[in-house]
Design a binder for this molecule. Structure first.
Ligand SMILES: Nc1ncnc2c1ncn2[C@@H]1O[C@H](COP(=O)(O)OP(=O)(O)OP(=O)(O)O)[C@@H](O)[C@H]1O
Ligand SMILES: Cc1cn([C@H]2C[C@H](O)[C@@H](COP(=O)(O)O)O2)c(=O)[nH]c1=O
Length: 205
C-alpha cells in the first residue's frame, strides 16, 4: 500500500513523519521522500538552489520520481510492504504549475502527461492544510528559506493542492495542520493502519 503525505512548506510533514516512524514501527514500513531518496534528488536540490530554468527543474523532479519508483517504491510494494512517502507526484502537480506559469500554456496537463504510463498512483494521500501565515511563521527568517517558501507562492500551491483533492476525493484526506502535532500524527497513523488492514484482505490489482 502506497501512502503519501503532502502539504505546503511548513505544514508539518517532517514532524509528522518522525512521529509516524514510531507509531507505525510494528508494520515495518518503508519511509521515503521526494526529492532526496535517490542521488538524482541531489541534482534537484542544486537546481532549486541555483534557480535553474523551470523546465529543467520540473524535469529533474520527474527524473527523481522515476528513479525513486524504480529503485525503492516498486520493489517495496512488490514485496507487499507499506510505503509512506514524504511528498510524491502531487508536489509536482501543486508546485510546478506555479513556477511554470507563463512558461508553458497548460503546465498541469503537461505534468500529468509526463507522469502517464509509469508513475504509481498512491492508495491514499494525506494533505496537511493550514493558513498561509501560520506556515510562513513556522518557516522562520525569510533569508534562510528556499525560493518556494514565500506567502505568495505557497498560497497558490495550496490552492492547487485543494483543487487536486477536490478532483480525487476518494484518495485525498484533508487534515487540519493547526491541530496539535500528536493529534495529527495519531489520526493519520490510525487511518494508515485501517487501510493496511483492509488492503491485506484485498489482492493487489
Ligand atoms: N501541528 C503542529 N503545530 C504546531 N507547530 C507545528 C506542528 N507541526 C509542525 N510544527 C512546527 O512547524 C515547523 C515546521 O514543521 P516541519 O519542518 O515538520 O514542516 P514541513 O512541512 O516538513 O516543512 P518543509 O516542507 O519546509 O520541510 C517546525 O518548527 C515544527 O515543530
Ligand atoms: C517533490 C517536489 C518538491 N518541490 C518543492 C517543495 C519544497 O519547497 C522543495 C523541497 O522539498 P522539502 O521536502 O520541503 O524539503 O521542493 C517541488 O516544487 N516539486 C516537487 O515535485
Amino acid at each position: 500500500m502506497l501512502i503519501t503525505i503532502e502539504g505546503i512548506d511548513g505544514s508539518g510533514k517532517s514532524t509528522l513523519l518522525a512521529r509516524l516512524h514510531e507509531l507505525l514501527a510494528d508494520l515495518d514500513p518503508l519511509f521515503t521522500r521526494e526529492p532526496g531518496a535517490t542521488w538524482v534528488g541531489e541534482s534537484v536540490r542544486r537546481a532549486i538552489a541555483e534557480r535553474m530554468d523551470p523546465i529543467t527543474e520540473a524535469l529533474l523532479f520527474c527524473a527523481d520520481h522515476a528513479a525513486h519508483i524504480d529503485t525503492l517504491i516498486r520493489p517495496a510494494l512488490d514485496e507487499g510492504r507499506l510505503v509512506v512517502s514524504d511528498r510524491y507526484a502531487d508536489s509536482r502537480f501543486a508546485y510546478q504549475p506555479v513556477v511554470l506559469d507563463g512558461v508553458l500554456p497548460d503546465p498541469l496537463s503537461w505534468l500529468f502527461r509526463i507522469h502517464e504510463g509509469w508513475s504509481i498512483r498512491p492508495d491514499r494521500t494525506f494533505l496537511l492544510v493550514l493558513p498561509i501565515e501560520d506556515a510562513v511563521s513556522r518557516l522562520g527568517p525569510e533569508k534562510k528559506r528556499e525560493y518556494f517558501e514565500n506567502a505568495a507562492i505557497l498560497s497558490r500551491v495550496q490552492e492547487n493542492y485543494l483543487g487536486l483533492a477536490a478532483a480525487d476525493p476518494s484518495r485525498f484526506v484533508i487534515v487540519d495542520a493547526l491541530l496539535p502535532k500528536e493529534e495529527v500524527a495519531r489520526f493519520i497513523a490510525d487511518e494508515i493502519r485501517a487501510g493496511a488492514r483492509s488492503s491485506r484482505r484485498r489482492p493487489r490489482a
